[in-house]
Design a binder for this molecule. Sequence first.
Ligand code: ADP
Ligand code: MG
Length: 241
Amino acid sequence: MSIITFNKTSKHFGALKVLDQVDLSIDAGEVVVLIGPSGSGKSTLLRCINGLEQITDGDLVVDGISVNSGAKQLREIRQEAGMVFQQFNLFPQLTALENVAFGPKKVRGADRQEADRVAMELLKKVGLEDKAKHFPSELSGGQQQRVAIARALAIKPKVMLFDEATSALDPELKQEVLNVMRQLAEEGMTMIVVTHEIGFAKQVGTRLIFMEHGKIAVDGDPRELIDNPPNDRLKDFLQHV
Ligand code: ADP
Ligand code: MG
């Protein structure tokens, strides 16, 4: 069953066509790894899914709700898609626990005790129970990013969007974040992952999409495409990541 459907979806910034009539359907449980040159539209594609950007043309349906259907519906869509960014974007003045509990309190209207209970559970899930009372500045980059993942999960999204979530991390810290992402995938979470980690794409991805100039250029099985790139541009791209 399709959980995200792009239907001739375009996004323009003025004269710049960033998404160009994208047709794409993603089923529940898929782990889609999205790659492509800088500027090809990867971040914009993710941002349209959770309503951070408005589409210009066509349609985009998330969990049965069209982004074109109004402000109330857009708020619902935002709760279905959790997003994790390259720069962790935690609230610096809140502890790890408060960061994770923030969404349930504000968005889902949970009471404080319940929000804190869920937040603690999620911190445990990402291996950071013992850091609940720490502020972001007291955590490593990898730990901050795991808090950010817990925070995104706290609103109980149906889809998780990762935009170069490990790109800002030192190599030894990347792995702890990738491990949490792999665990989520194994639990059946629907994920779209923009990353340069080709190993992750091969091992965890169920689908690989290569974007170029706002279009989907290649779409298929990660292992097959990485081992035997069907065109020179993908081959060239893979050689340089
Ligand atoms: P990617 O994530 O693949 O690097 P982006 O989706 O970030 O690509 O950007 C695609 C293109 O859209 C780039 O040329 C970028 O400069 C442009 N762009 C992105 N956001 C905006 C914006 N808010 N206003 C104008 N241009 C933008
Ligand atoms: Mg980007």
